[in-house]
Write a protein that binds this ligand. Structure first.
Ligand code: SF4
Ligand code: SF4
Length: 127
């Protein structure tokens, strides 16, 4: 396996997902005319990053939020303007009404762009 070379500067500025400019999250568009506010997309999102004013993934899965008509979902930007949305489109596949489209794809920057994976992956080296 060929290892990426990282400079000292790279090592000092390795971003996390909250680092502004480290990652551009996915953004989705919800067609309010098509959305029936069923909450399926909120329940299915692996990142838990969809919500409405009435419903979150945790609330729907636990049964704490009931009654249907949960509102049109939006992508939560609670984390310093970033989200956990990786534009996987699970929500769009699950939506029975075709109400979701992807506006902006997940876009890793700098360090994340250079991460490599190979068929002979090994466990991370311990430092
Ligand atoms: S695209 Fe994936 S990560 Fe983003 S909101 Fe939909 S299910 Fe969640
Ligand atoms: S699954 Fe589709 S119809 Fe249901 S809340 Fe989500 S976008 Fe609206």
């Amino acid at each position: 396996m060929t290892r990426e070379k990282y400079s000292l500067l790279d090592r000092l500025i390795i971003p996390d997902y909250d680092t502004p400019g480290g990652v551009s999250s996915g953004n989705l568009k919800f067609d309010t005319a098509k959305c029936k506010e069923c909450g399926i997309c909120i329940s299915i999102c692996p990142g838990g990053c969809l919500l409405t004013d009435r419903a979150t993934k945790a609330g729907l899965l636990s049964g704490a939020v009931k009654g249907g008509r949960y509102g049109v979902p939006r992508v939560d930007k609670a984390r310093k303007g970033a989200t956990l949305c990786i534009a996987c489109y699970d929500c769009g596949a699950a939506c029975p009404h075709g109400a979701i489209s992807i506006e902006t794809h997940f876009d890793p920057k700098r360090f994340y762009k250079r991460l490599t994976q190979t068929a002979d992956m090994t466990y991370p080296v311990k430092y």
